[in-house]
Design a protein around this ligand. Structure first.
Ligand code: IVH
Length: 673
């Protein structure tokens, strides 16, 4: 074997990559493809097969490398070299004029200022880092100083160049670019349609959908989401300086970045105001959501002269749009029960076109909100869409109220199961707490079988749906009476999987007080509190069910709201019946290993931050809990210790500012032994 054939292969691979990159650019950035999808796929397959035969030639910027293979266990935090600032807002024209006056005053000039006018996309700000023209990493904005490393997910965005086009313009050694990741209106619609069909919860708006997609630890999920990006701002750029913002944007385009084609330079604030009005008039016709405009002083020397406020530049402003409003009449108000038992009043109204979509429903949130706004069936109301598909009722137009309307009251019973609904002191929302309420049963079962609850392997959400649809499981206890014959007819169920599931169900019956209690799902009784109660009741569930609120309140960490919630839960005799039937079906609460002896961290809260080297964060947390303490994700005055590893950021700072003792991992270890 000479080296020539290998060289040939490498050259072929390089040529294919370039071709695919060019087609990507034409398709995703210029929106002007020159080959068919089929031809494109053929090129990609050819490259994939060469790379499979020669894995030594795979490089991170190859178009085949858009989806990382191993899901992450968490996102690492990454500091931004320069903070990612936000923008101050102008709520109306007047405030735009004031901004311009301030700019002129700050510069000591009295003349028309040149601005770059940009649509303000309603997505998520990200930072992209390129070294010598190759995409290296990317992160979320986070708190502006530190973000999360979402490189794997950003790679999946097809319009994002993994390697810059450098035919006409060399790449700087370091290029940081900021931009907005978003989902188009059409992409949002189709994503929600797919989710509806598969029974997954819907996203409220394109922004949430984009955020949810970027937050996936498994980038193959992100790859299936219709994410786009527009770049609009430099971070650190090494070896290149710009006289103005528009020339930076021009370079971005030359390097192959997607840059919003609606960006203009405008001369003077009047032209900026005209641009703002034009965008506001166009917003419903744009393929993506924008919530305003952004104006940036074009000249870099002016930008430098103006400088920054603490969190935003003085040389830029966001012009906000007015909320999109319309009036309509309320046809009906109905109470709906959500998966977690929240009973929410929902208004149906005469369909009305607002903000580019026809809307028919609005949540009225809770009884307080209805009372405060005095919303009644038959009323004419002003509604508003603020990015969300579901609009909100701003107010009732009282002048249009007809004489015979009645104030609306939520029913006293759950519309799904008829059990009484209650309102806890800490909430405005009403809830149904019945364990077997049909509206909640899916969610209840999903929780019941989950890892930290009964830990029944092999029962995913799809199977839960089938159980409920086939009416095999109406209450959590029905899981324990499932038979082989019940399971076999279900979709995608074979002999082996049915047996495995039955075995898993059987094995789960031997559990602990804490896991079972957590599985039952009493509001505010999470994993930690379940363990606290387990210790207090020493595994005696019967006694726990009969305990008074007064006694519960004597337990450290159990407050009045939790105690009342527990007593209320057991005041529904059908909840007791379900739990007792679980015991009759063989659920057995075995002794917990946690001994009552070593409670050295009783009542203490630990926060772990930065990267740990000796323990995983989960193990460290468990060791604290075993000794009677708890671990929390955020630092507050109540935190006793912060254990900080390398790379600790904002939590460490907060601990220092609150004078909370900070331990190294080693010092923490010493506390344990
Ligand atoms: S520039 C120093 N330009 O709006 C200037 N931001 O409220 C920093 N945004 O965090 C931002 N479109 O996520 C800029 N054309 C645009 C934008 C834009 C949307 C977002 C961005 C930023 C937020 C500030």
């Amino acid at each position: 074997m000479g080296s020539k054939p290998l060289m040939d292969i490498l050259n072929k691979i390089r040529a294919l990559r370039k071709q695919i990159r060019d087609h990507n650019y034409r398709y995703y950035v210029l929106d002007d493809p020159v080959i068919s999808d089929g031809e494109y796929d053929a090129l990609l397959r050819e490259l994939e097969s060469l790379e499979t035969q020669h894995p030594e030639f795979i490089s991170s910027d190859s178009p085949t490398q858009r989806v990382g293979s191993t899901p992450l266990s968490k996102f690492e935090s990454v500091p931004h070299r320069t903070p990612m600032l936000s923008l101050s807002n102008a709520m109306n024209t007047e405030e735009l004029l004031v901004f311009d006056e301030r700019v002129q005053k700050g510069l000591g000039v009295s003349k028309k200022i040149e601005y770059v006018a940009e649509p303000k996309l309603d997505g998520l700000g990200v930072e992209l880092i390129y070294e010598n023209g190759v995409f290296i990493s990317g992160s979320t904005r986070g708190d502006g100083f530190t973000g999360e490393d979402i490189t794997q997910n950003l790679r999946t965005i097809r319009s994002l160049p993994l390697r810059l086009r450098t035919e006409f313009l060399p790449a700087p050694s370091l290029l940081e670019v900021r931009g907005e990741v978003f989902i188009s209106k059409a992409g949002f619609q189709s994503l929600n349609k797919t989710r509806e069909l598969s029974g997954e919860p819907l996203f409220a708006n394109p922004r949430n959908a984009a955020a949810g997609s970027l937050r996936q630890l498994d980038s193959t999920i992100t790859a299936d989401r219709p994410l786009s990006v527009y770049c609009y701002q430099p971070g650190v750029v090494k070896g290149k300086s710009y006289a103005n913002h528009s020339s930076f944007l021009r370079d971005l385009k030359n390097w192959g970045f997607p840059v919003n084609p609606l960006i203009r330079t405008v001369n003077g604030i009047d032209a900026a105001v005209a641009y703002h009005r034009d965008m506001e008039a166009k917003r419903n016709d744009l393929p993506y959501e924008i919530d305003g405009t952004v104006f940036k002083v074009n000249s870099s020397s002016y930008q430098d002269e103006l400088g920054f406020r603490s969190r935003s530049p003085k040389w830029a402003i966001a012009g906000k749009f007015k909320a999109q409003q319309a009036t309509t009449t309320i046809l009906d108000i109905a109470a709906q029960v959500g998966r977690t038992g929240a009973v929410t009043p929902v208004a149906t109204f005469e369909p009305v076109f607002v903000g580019g979509v026809t809307v028919t429903h609005a949540t009225l949130h809770n009884q307080d909100e209805i009372d405060r706004k005095d919303i009644r069936v038959g009323d004419t109301v002003l509604i508003e869409r603020a990015g969300d598909v579901i609009p909100k009722v701003v107010k009732v137009i009282l002048e249009k109220r007809t004489g015979d309307s009645q104030p609306y009251m939520l029913p006293a019973q759950c519309p799904s199961c008829g059990h009484p609904i209650y309102r806890s002191e800490d909430e405005t929302v009403m809830r149904c707490q019945y364990l077997s309420c049909p509206a909640q049963i899916r969610g209840r079962i999903e929780h019941f079988v989950s890892k930290n609850a009964m830990d029944i392997d092999g029962i995913g959400n799809k199977l839960v749906d089938q159980f409920v649809e086939a009416e095999l499981v109406k209450t959590v206890n029905d899981l324990f009476t499932l038979s082989y014959e019940d399971l076999l007819p279900l979709e995608r169920m074979a002999d082996k999987s049915a047996r495995n599931i039955l075995n898993a169900i059987n094995a789960s019956k031997k559990t602990t007080f804490a896991k079972f209690l957590y599985a039952v799902g009493i509001r505010n009784v999470g994993e930690h509190l379940s363990k606290v109660l387990e210790k207090y009741f020493q595994g005696d569930f019967q006694r726990f069910m009969e305990t008074s609120a007064e006694e519960l309140e004597t337990i450290y960490e159990v407050g009045k709201i939790v105690a009342d919630g527990i007593v209320r839960f057991w005041s529904d005799s059908e909840n007791i019946r379900v739990v007792e039937s679980c015991f009759r079906s063989g659920v057995e609460l075995v002794d917990v290993q946690t001994s009552l002896e070593d409670q050295r961290f009783s009542g203490m809260t630990f926060v772990f931050t930065g990267s740990l080297e000796i323990f995983t964060r989960k193990d460290a947390g468990e060791m604290v809990e075993k000794r009677g303490g708890r671990s929390s994700g955020s630092v507050s005055k109540k935190t006793n210790y912060v254990v900080a590893g390398p790379g600790a950021g904002s939590k460490l700072k907060k601990a220092e500012s609150l004078d909370i003792p900070v331990l190294s991992e080693k010092e923490f270890l010493e506390l344990l032994i």
